[in-house]
Design a protein. Sequence first.
Length: 211
Amino acid sequence: KMYSVKEVYYTIQGEGYHTGRPAIFLRFTGCNLWSGLEKDRPTAICDFCDTDFVGTDGPGGGKFNSSIKLANHALSFWPADSKLKPFLVCTGGEPLLQIDSNFINSFHDLDFEIAVETNGTIIPPDGLDWICVSPKVGSNLILKTGDELKFVYPQKGKNPKEFEDLSFNYFSLQPMDNANKDENTKKTIEFCHNNPRWSMSLQTHKFLGIP
């Protein structure tokens, strides 16, 4: 199997439950809710994506014809003198279009802890260590269990409380980063204040200036 990867880099997780945690980000090419091309954004199911996941030309990106090669490539970004398990965040695009059992086994063989950030439209293979689902209004949410549900807010009148009966340990609400970001942030603060089941997730990497 060929894995198409936009970029691989070492950074600090900027959002969600693991905010502040050093991590290797592995961004897969491709998504099932948007082509990634600006000309298609107006008709995309998810029209607010802020990520470039087209091609394999990003830092550390490329095509890898085995999961073992990709795992070793990713490991090269982790500090060599660290005694901690390397923490991998698989994102995209939509990472579950490409992640399979061979991928999971190869990374576990190198002692990785594997986290995935997914839109919840694909059932993952067994073995992932952390599943964060970020539902997109207009898509078919079929992955209704995991570790964290992180909802970008607001989305087309969807009330996040509709997700509260799903089987997740943590619920995060993240202000949508668009022209109305300040207003979205106020709405997110208000919602979390009135609904303490939800924690507020900020995209700290954006205002800290880290990748």
